[in-house]
Design a protein around this ligand. Structure first.
Ligand code: ADP
Ligand code: MG
Length: 701
């Protein structure tokens, strides 16, 4: 651990080959060439790559590294890495330390065991990793092993994307192209537009002692059993509460590690559920922010173990208390540093802002289904629509000021902006606070929050690549139509006004500022014709809708084959996850819970026999035995039903049918097993119960 005295400024980025390090270490012309590649996407000259690689290697070795690795993000949603030492044998039996430009820029891991959704057969094992030079290389210390990490994209022999990063990078290009077209047409002097992202990461911390006693947590990341704790989150005392000392020490160490890696870890606090927390970094360019989020998730898990905690990233580790999401804050920034979603003081006459705002509104309305599908995972199914997270209905919160402007746009043009004014607290010693023009709305899935949109449906465990490549592309698509209009118009100003007016009129239905958690909204949304797809499998089935295929193809983000492969992989992952959950549940029910319940009923029977011999009536004992025995019988039946459901689901060859069967038959059968088991937990002798309880897991740390 770093010494406390080491200043944060010195620590920050100390393990990153960042721009400052490059400038310091690379010959001027090489630095310039590399900068051009990074900033403008020019391809890297191999001679330059050799010099860069050599300098990186020297820097890495000075920092104790022995290996380098191409670090990529296959469709598993996790990261992958294959390490190579910096050594080359010499004829005399010695070795030479070496790292070439080719080794830096291209890797060839055996791709055969990564999910490809049929894009590549196992016998065609070739896959390539290519350096994403817009995300800086860094050094990671893993125990004694110190390695140079090279962020990469991963594709097949035929150039098809096999990872999460390639479409993200392609979507950034698409957004850049279309946004620049629009801005140029509006007379703005810009040369590039980049999407920015700040992910708020939620997680749970659990004492390792309890974790290791629960096979469900070990194998599936969530509890499959567990009666509610007598105390849950109803006291609302955990949210923003004082940090527990052990947790604070953990967070401190997480920050140090992340700062070294150049991750702008900034905000940390207790979240709503007991034992739940949040970490948010300062936003960055989406691909870098996505890499950093992967590092953050990994670091949270690694450092937790050092503190005898386990960090749970699953969307729903515990039933009955809030699950975890990842609020995906998103905006666009120009090369001049202007945030395109910053309304300024008078948003009604800020045409660039209005156009961008309208583009996002139209994109979210037109492509609500694919946006919903970008967060369709097994874990997230427990959150969306469960009245603790946004519902599965996509809608936008604009707030008072912008809704007012949006309405004005729809009825002849925006003329004024409502202002926030001042907040007076009624205490002379407290300063008046400038009031925001809009209150917050915690229940909206897609909320405008001052100068960015916050997409709140993303699951805590998900890579942010998916939600962002979809967001970038749908907005690029709408901007493309807008650019077409503007470029051919003689009077750009009135054309822009007309575009905004049309969008305000035609896409009004997606705006909703009320409480998204209510039943009334569900009804209202149905009336408005908004989709409400609660099931992960049903949502994934919409990915191949013609409208999506066309859009991804048009902007060269994903071909039809790539999109199809991705859908297969996600359906496959759903089925596999549910299969593991079903089998884990069966294992625990049969080998831990049933035996404990039987021991308890055996004890009761013995007591009853002894009491009867002694002439006692054993009324309570008999009632308890009967109740326990009845529940054991139902548990046994429910276990048998779950066995049948898993067998049935796994027997389907067609992946859609298979995933559907897991999501209906298996999920329903699992619920039944859980219900009876949880009921038994509430009556069986605590000494005999084989699993740590919710109360212990959520409240002891
Ligand atoms: P909240 O009050 O919503 O919990 P946080 O401070 O926890 O807010 O997180 C807000 C996130 O939004 C941070 O990661 C922040 O860097 C990010 N953010 C701010 N501005 C932008 C922007 N222009 N683009 C993308 N993300 C942004
Ligand atoms: Mg937050």
């Amino acid at each position: 651990m770093a010494a406390q005295s080491e200043s944060v400024t010195e620590l920050f980025g100390s393990k990153v080959f960042n721009e400052a390090t490059m400038r310091e270490r690379l010959p001027k012309n090489v630095f310039k060439a590399l900068k051009k590649t990074i900033d403008r996407g020019h391809s890297l000259d191999p001679a330059v790559a050799d010099v860069v690689a050599n300098s990186m290697k020297d820097w890495a070795i000075e920092n104790g590294a022995t290996h380098f690795c191409h670090w990529f993000q296959p469709m598993t949603g996790f990261t992958a890495e294959k390490h190579d030492a910096f050594i080359s044998p010499l004829p005399d039996g010695h070795i030479m330390v070496e790292f070439s430009g080719k080794e830096l820029t291209k890797g060839e891991p055996d791709a055969s065991s990564f999910p490809s959704g049929g894009l590549r057969s196992t016998f065609e094992a070739r896959g390539y990793t290519a350096w994403d030079c817009t995300s800086p290389v860094f050094i990671k210390e893993n125990g004694k092993n110190i390695t140079l990490y090279i962020p990469c994209a991963f594709c097949s022999y035929t150039g098809l994307a096999l990872d999460k990063k390639t479409p993200l990078l392609r979507s950034m290009d698409a957004l850049n192209t279309q946004a620049v077209r629009v801005l140029k047409a509006l007379g703005e002097n810009v040369s590039s537009v980049t999407p920015t992202m700040g992910p708020e990461q939620e997680y749970f911390l659990l004492d390792r002692f309890f974790f290791e006693k629960r096979l469900d947590l070990v194998l599936t990341g969530r509890t499959l059993f567990g009666a509610p704790s007598p105390r849950g989150q109803e006291m609302e005392d955990h949210y923003f509460g004082t940090l527990h000392e052990r947790v604070a020490s953990f967070m401190h160490e997480v920050n140090i590690e992340l700062w070294k890696l150049g991750v702008y870890a900034k905000t940390q606090h207790n979240e709503v559920a007991p034992a739940q927390y949040e970490l948010a970094p300062v936003f960055a360019t989406v691909n870098v922010a996505t890499d950093h989020n992967q590092l953050a998730m990994e670091t949270l898990q690694k450092i937790a173990l050092r503190h005898d905690f386990v960090c749970l990233l699953h969307e729903k580790p515990f039933a009955g208390v809030n699950g975890s999401g990842k609020h995906n804050n998103w905006s666009m920034v120009t090369d001049k540093g202007n945030n395109l979603l910053d309304p300024g003081n008078t948003p009604h006459d800020n045409m660039v802002f209005l156009i961008m705002l309208c583009a996002v509104v139209k994109a979210v309305d037109k492509y609500a289904k694919i946006l919903r599908a970008s967060v369709a995972t097994p874990g997230n199914e427990h959150r969306l629509g469960a009245n603790e997270a946004p519902p599965a209905i996509v809608s936008i919160f604009l707030g008072d000021q912008l809704t007012d402007i949006f309405d004005q746009l729809g009825s002849g043009g925006a003329k004024t902006s409502k202002q926030g004014g001042e907040l007076k607290l009624g205490v002379t010693t407290l300063p008046p606070l400038p009031k925001d023009s809009t209150d917050r709305n915690r229940t909206s899935p897609f909320a405008f929050t001052g100068n960015k949109f916050e997409f709140r449906m993303v699951g805590s465990m998900q890579s942010t690549a998916g939600s962002n490549f979809v967001l970038n592309t749908i907005v690029a698509d709408v901007l493309c139509d807008i650019a077409d209009e503007l470029e051919k118009s003689k009077d750009v100003k009135s054309a822009a006004q007309k575009i905004c007016a049309d969008i305000a009129k035609n896409h009004n239905r997606i705006i909703f500022n009320g409480d998204n958690y209510t039943e009334a909204w569900v009804k209202e949304a149905a009336k408005r014709g908004l989709s409400n797809i609660a099931s992960t499998v049903d949502s994934l089935k919409t990915v191949m809708d013609e409208i999506n295929v066309k859009m991804f193809k048009k902007h060269k983000v994903l071909s039809k084959a790539e999109l199809h492969a991705r859908t297969e992989i996600l359906l496959e992952a759903y089925a596999k996850t549910l299969n593991i959950e079903g089998l884990t549940m069966l294992n625990m029910a049969k080998r831990q819970i049933l035996p404990a319940c039987m021991a308890y009923s055996g004890d009761l029977a013995q007591t009853i026999a002894a009491l009867s011999t002694a002439g006692a009536a054993a009324i309570a004992q008999k009632a308890m035995l009967e109740k326990t025995d009845t529940l054991i019988a139902s548990l046994y039946t429910n276990i048998e039903n779950l066995e049948k459901a898993v067998a049935k689901a796994s027997s389907f060859g067609d992946i859609e049918k298979k995933a559907k069967s897991y999501s209906t038959d298996v999920v329903a059968a699992m619920l039944m097993v859980r219900q009876t088991a949880d009921e038994l937990e509430s009556i069986v002798d605590a000494e005999l119960w084989p699993l740590p309880t919710y109360a212990e897991m959520l409240f002891l740390r």
